[in-house]
Design a protein around this ligand. Structure first.
Ligand code: FES
Length: 575
């Protein structure tokens, strides 16, 4: 054994009873004594679980990472971190993102690790692990699990999530039978991987790559593509080098890297959820980042990628067209990327993407001829209905609704709305503004993706496909519609959204970035005097801790006591 100066040598390089305990029990797994010779110990944080189907193949990805770590002279050790599956967890996986981040942070710090490879996939697992890595600030590389193959139904490509909303509307409107829907389920999700639209998982995988935290092309290789596993093996090699160079997340995820990520998000037509997650990750690093940055930095960026839900194609097509590096090259050549931002490759991002080819200009457009013009990305709204801010994804909205005035129809939960949404006598028309509230971080709790409620049946039957909806919750990255999201402060925190009444006039003016409730200040003050906060959701456990400490959406919905970093000092010995 040598004392390499690594954290792990304080466990495995120790003499006496403590060192014997640390090594002996590890040898129960059949490792030879050479693994304790002072080589870097690399943790592989895997969010594998059969309850998180998007991540179910990560145990195989981990095997590839291990090959790379061994090749480079490291000692890989896989460990589980909370698997958050978007499709099963109730009330929402978002309630547990911070718990994953907290769990992974503590495991990384408490164990004899010198570096980590982060294996994620489904929506919350990517930001949760990045938040953890930021707070520990050990060298880290992310490997996302990759998207599913394109869904195929009745001769057409169908995108996960995005098709679900359409199938549901078609079912309600009588254009599709229940049997056809059940058959379509199997056609849509036909391989390992996360959603293959530009939903939140694909967006956050792209954000990890744009931030410099995963290898080029890593976001887009399909989950079942051999190159996904090749990239994972490469990541195993890379992390050992990062440990030797002591290149840590705080040196990679700088303000410049976040600006790159925000611009890339606009160029790919990414999910609004990236706003919340990037704010939360930045908060862990002390990088100054605000809601307005997302509007300001994205205004000049056209949408280049023609992917559902804003466009036509899917992640498999994006991969074959050239993947994220081809998009980043377009931005770099227009001077819209901080080309000198360092990445886990050890090289600057500009060098990584300088020669990236594009093989299909139908999927990845150019800056000169974009898919959608600049100014169609995520807009940040303010007004007396959202004093701290709200967001809207313009590319997923109907252009004719971006300036709209209508009367509010207010519901205190999606459940209340759906109880009457099929009523043919519901007092609603296409000009109505649907307000769904108490769906924020504290209110639901966990800020679920319920904001894009399905349209009332009577409107669907008339062929109406969109209407303005306003909510303090989130929307799936796979969804579309003119939906104002993340209204802050949320209703449960006493935000003005709690004071809206059915029949009030509401004006949405996206070009002016305004969201206005046309009710006078005196009347609002009178309503506020009558307002009662909702009852607490829990008196114990995680939900209690979460609702007591969660920040609003504009601050990334992190817990107040988790903001910032604690680094990776070696804790006191255990025996
Ligand atoms: Fe997991 Fe969409 S449900 S990525």
């Amino acid at each position: 054994m040598t004392n390499s100066g690594l954290r792990s040598t304080q466990w495995f390089g120790a003499t006496g009873r403590a060192g014997m305990g640390h090594r002996s029990w590890m040898r129960s797994q059949g490792f030879t004594p050479e693994v304790f010779d002072g080589r870097p110990v690399i943790g592989i944080a895997t969010t594998w679980s059969e309850l998180a189907p998007c991540n179910v193949h990560l145990h195989r990805v981990a095997e590839s990472v291990k090959r790379g770590v061994w090749q480079a002279g490291g000692f890989p050790l896989e460990f589980p971190a909370m698997a958050l599956g978007e499709t099963l967890l109730r009330p929402t996986a978002m309630l547990y993102r911070n718990l994953l981040a907290m769990e992974a942070e503590e495991l990384m710090r408490a164990n004899p690790l010198d570096g980590v490879v982060l294996l994620s996939g489904c929506d919350k697992t990517t930001p949760g692990l990045l938040m953890a890595a930021a707070s520990v600030d050990l060298p880290a590389v992310m490997v996302t699990g990759g998207p599913m193959l394109n869904g195929k139904y009745q001769g057409t490509d169908v995108g996960s999530g995005t098709a679900v909303w359409r199938f549901e509307e078609d079912l309600v409107a009588g254009r599709m039978t229940q049997e056809e829907c059940v058959f379509a389920e199997g056609c849509m999700a036909r391989s390992n991987g996360h959603c293959m639209t530009m939903g939140t998982a694909s967006t956050m995988a792209s954000m990890a790559e744009a931030l410099g935290m995963q290898l080029p092309y890593s976001a887009t290789w399909p989950a079942v593509d051999a190159r996904r596993y090749e990239t994972a093996q490469r990541a195993g090699q890379v992390i050992v080098g990062l440990v030797r160079d002591d290149l840590r997340p705080s040196a990679i995820m700088t303000r410049a890297a976040f600006e790159n990520a925000i611009r890339v998000n606009a160029a790919i037509g990414g999910s609004t959820n990236a706003v919340i997650h990037l704010l939360a990750i930045a908060g862990r690093l002390g990088v100054p980042l605000a809601l307005d940055d997302f509007d300001m930095l994205a205004r000049d960026i056209p949408t280049l990628v023609n992917l559902q839900p804003s466009g036509q194609y899917l992640m498999e097509d994006f991969c074959y067209a050239g993947g994220l590096p081809a998009v980043m090259r377009e931005l770099a050549e227009s001077g819209l990327l901080h080309a000198d931002a360092i990445t886990v490759t050890g090289s600057a991002v500009g060098a990584n993407v300088a020669d990236a080819p594009c093989w299909n200009r139908e999927v990845i457009k150019t800056m000169a001829e974009p898919f959608q013009p600049a100014g169609t990305g995520t807009a940040v709204l303010r007004g007396n209905l959202a004093p701290v801010g709200a967001v809207i994804k313009q590319s997923a909205s109907s252009p004719h609704l971006l300036k709209h005035r209508g009367r509010a129809l207010v519901f205190d939960s999606p459940t209340d709305y759906y109880a009457v949404s099929n009523d043919p006598d519901l007092d609603v028309d296409e000009d109505t503004v649907l307000v769904i509230r108490y769906c924020g971080p504290r209110g639901y709790p966990g800020m679920p993706e319920v904001s894009n409620v399905a349209l009332p049946k009577k409107l669907l039957l008339r062929g109406v496909r969109d209407m303005v909806r306003i909510c303090d919750g989130r929307m799936s990255g796979t969804a579309y519609g003119t939906v104002v999201l993340h209204v802050s402060p949320e209703a449960a925190a006493g935000g003005p959204l709690a004071l809206v009444r059915t029949g009030d006039w509401v004006t949405l003016d996206v070009p002016a970035r305004a969201l206005t409730l046309e009710v006078g200040d005196d009347e609002l003050a009178a309503r506020r005097a009558q307002w009662q906060p909702p009852a607490a959701h829990a008196s114990r456990g995680w939900t209690y801790l979460y609702t007591e400490h969660v920040l609003q959406a504009d601050a990334g919905a992190d817990l107040d006591f988790l903001v910032g970093a604690s680094g990776h000092p070696v804790p006191k010995d255990s025996h």
